[in-house]
Design a protein around this ligand. Structure first.
Ligand code: GDP
Length: 444
């Protein structure tokens, strides 16, 4: 998970601040050394770390402690503010053309995740009720065109290609005509990458830029490459000019150095982040929310947005109705679980809840893992339709058959049925509470 190790070290360093009075240089020495080490170990650029630590120190000694805060809280406040600044300050949104279509050109080295990100971006825009057109401009990597076509098919988004014998500049130009004829409001151009930056690549990208004047040239970089990603960003910006970055594979990068350094080094903001291989694993980048996650304060806003974008309202209402009529069945239980699964991994969800970030380690230790979902699903799928609707008929011999059907033990089936009953009771109680609250019973 992104920033996992940095988050832990930083939080430990900040716990070292004690006392009640104003912070002195002496108080700051040891903890700030830890903060510095934490950032360096997260592979943050050396100069960026130096400036960051100097700024925090200066503010910590210079500023009066805020009302109602102790030194520990004061230093967290300062580190949080400086982290937000380091990550880019405010959220940097995608530019939209005054007259459609908006042209977004994705550039980057081979393997950074451009083609996958083109698909994810189309999906993201579609959810925002946009009408994207994907353009297969990578004519060198043999599989890139087919890869984009497959993604387009999955998403039901048109893909424009002229094969691999036509120049990318011509493809981009013709794609604009296609976008007009299909009334697409956003054109996403996937371009070719190379293993290393070279003049030929830059020349080609400059030509595409000159031909279609994109509103956004976004550099796709792989978070796992750390400081190399920052160097690549510097080169692309110098040679081509970029408007921002999409940092991919943050799900696999526990350090996060690239994201923490790139704005300070290049002046260009991170606009989106990739957190997995699936098509919905792309998020807008919010510096304030990310700082909050790093400091273990959670990110409720992202969680709420995730719930809103993945929850099927009609289904939720139907579930509520069934619950009221006491018709909540194992089928709906399975449905509900699948909705939760769509939100992302257990670890991701917990990381977004304030104070829960550290729990994921404990869950791992207690052997509670993602597979639990799969096990429950397998058991329910091994039941007949009637059993799912009327769990009370599941007697001893049925339990044995269900367990054998999914390769699980009878105890596992028993456990699931018990959990189901409990969750039903709990939901009813919560419903009662919600009704009580809606009648003005208590204020939140
Ligand atoms: P391209 O050469 O830049 O077009 O790269 P691809 O789009 O083919 O991606 C290279 C590999 O990275 C593929 O296996 C993708 O599934 C994977 N990938 C892309 N984005 C992410 C991400 O955010 N997280 C993870 N874990 N993998 C990713």
């Amino acid at each position: 998970m992104a920033f996992e190790s940095l988050s832990e070290r930083l939080q430990n360093a900040l716990k070292m601040f004690r006392g009640n009075g104003k912070l002195t240089e002496e108080d700051l020495k040891a903890p700030m050394r830890e903060v510095r080490m934490a950032l360096l170990e997260a592979d943050v650029n050396f100069k960026v770390v130096k400036d960051f630590v100097a700024k925090v120190k200066e503010r910590a000694v210079g500023e009066a402690i805020g009302e109602g805060l102790n030194p520990h809280q004061q230093i967290i406040k300062i580190v949080n503010e400086e982290l937000i600044e380091l990550l880019g300050g405010t959220q940097s949104k995608l530019t939209v053309a005054p007259k459609p279509p908006t042209v977004i050109m994705l550039v980057g080295l081979q393997g950074a995740g451009k083609t996958t990100t083109a698909g994810k971006l189309a999906n993201y825009l579609k959810r925002k009720h946009k009408k994207p057109l994907l353009v297969a401009g990578d004519v060198y990597r043999p599989a890139a065109i087919t890869q984009l076509q497959v993604l387009g098919e999955q998403l039901n988004v048109p893909v424009f290609t002229l094969g691999d014998k036509v120049s990318p500049v011509e493809i981009a130009q013709k794609a604009m005509e296609k976008a007009h004829s299909l009334a697409c409001d956003t054109v996403i151009i996937d371009t070719a990458g190379r293993l290393h930056i070279n003049e030929e690549l830059m020349e080609e990208l400059r030509n595409i830029k000159g031909a279609v004047h994109p509103q956004e040239i976004l550099l796709v970089v792989d978070a796992m490459t750390g400081q190399d990603a920052v160097t690549v960003a510097e080169s692309f910006d110098k040679e081509l000019g970029i408007d921002g970055l999409i940092v991919t594979k943050l799900d696999g990068d526990a350090r996060g150095g690239a994201v923490l350094s790139v704005k300070a080094v290049t002046g260009k903001p991170v606009k989106l982040i990739g957190l997995g291989e699936k098509l919905d694993a792309l998020e807008p980048f919010h510096p304030d929310r990310m700082a909050s996650r790093i400091l273990g304060m959670g990110d409720i806003l992202t969680l709420v947005e995730k719930i809103q974008s993945t929850t099927d309202l009609a289904k939720a209402l139907e579930m509520e109705k069934k619950l009221r009529k006491d018709e909540f069945t194992l089928e709906q239980f399975l449905d509900q679980m699948q909705q939760v699964k769509k939100l992302g991994s257990l670890e991701t969800i917990l990381g977004l809840i304030p104070g829960m970030g550290g729990i994921s380690q404990k869950l791992k230790e207690a052997n509670v893992d993602e597979k639990e979902f799969d096990r429950i699903e397998a058991i329910i799928r091994s039941m007949t339709k009637k059993e799912r609707q009327k769990p009370e008929i599941i007697n001893g011999s049925r339990r044995k058959r269900i367990a054998a059907g999914c390769g699980m033990r009878v105890q596992d089936v028993n456990k699931l049925l018990k959990n189901f009953e409990e969750s039903k009771k709990m939901m009813k109680r919560m419903q009662g509470m919600a009704k009580f609250a809606s009648k003005g019973g208590f204020k939140l």
